[in-house]
Design a protein around this ligand. Sequence first.
Ligand code: SAM
Length: 278
Amino acid sequence: MKIVNQIGILYLCATPIGNLEDMTFRAVKILKEVDFIAAEDTRHTRKLLAHFDIHTPLIRYDEFSKTQSGEKILNLLREGKSVACVSDAGLPAISDPGADLVKLTIEAGIKVCPIPGANAALSALICSALDTTKFTFVGFLPKTAKNRHELLTEISTRNETLIFYESPHHLKKTLYELLDVLGNRNAVLARELTKIHEEFLRGTLEELAENLNEPIGEFVIVVEGKKNFDEIRPPAENFIDVYKNLIFQGVDKKSAIREVAKKFNLSRRDVYNAVINI
Ligand code: SAM
């Protein structure tokens, strides 16, 4: 039976992040009942639909087509048609197209409805054994080194767990960047969640970065939040004394900060802030 409304509803429908058995009964039902499915990659979604015997027509909705497709979808919703938005995996609108469509739909006074299900960030977090009471989802870091560094510096003082998405290609470099700006914290690499080769690599950022060889598959990086000042630092005089000693020996400030940060597992920024007035 088709869903009939005066004005349509936009359903945000989760799909599996690897294991097809994570598709929910409700997702299958909604995808069968709606008039159209807006999909990020129609070829990819077609395979999922075939598996669940779903024959609803598809509309492409991705970064490149979103302006045109967004208008088309809005018109369909205004005509009373129902539309389900899916991404390639997991929740649409989480590091995936869909967020703009939600905004557009709400601005047009049309209802949106979540069909929850698999999500990589939360699946990684719950297996991390890090603090799950407070966390920040960062997703993919910005593309340029400057913007990445700015964002990491901004979040480096937060106490809550941090969650990042990263492609295997950039993983090692990103781990070193995290180490450099956040300091040597505990972290977990959640690899290939819900798939055959699912695994969790646990250690400090430095250990994980050093031991990673040609990573394959999909990864979520979960990093411990900044601990309380007293917890992570040895008595303040201690590292400041080491810094002063280095300066006394003629080491330049930048190198001294780098050496102290490494020795005490602190971020360079923290050391810099502590010694700036010396
Ligand atoms: N919308 C998705 C969600 O709800 O999780 C996220 C899509 S985002 C374009 C893709 C990124 O999510 C990957 O680069 C990886 O960081 C993470 N990811 C997706 N599936 C994963 C999996 N099975 N295992 C580990 N990470 C995954």
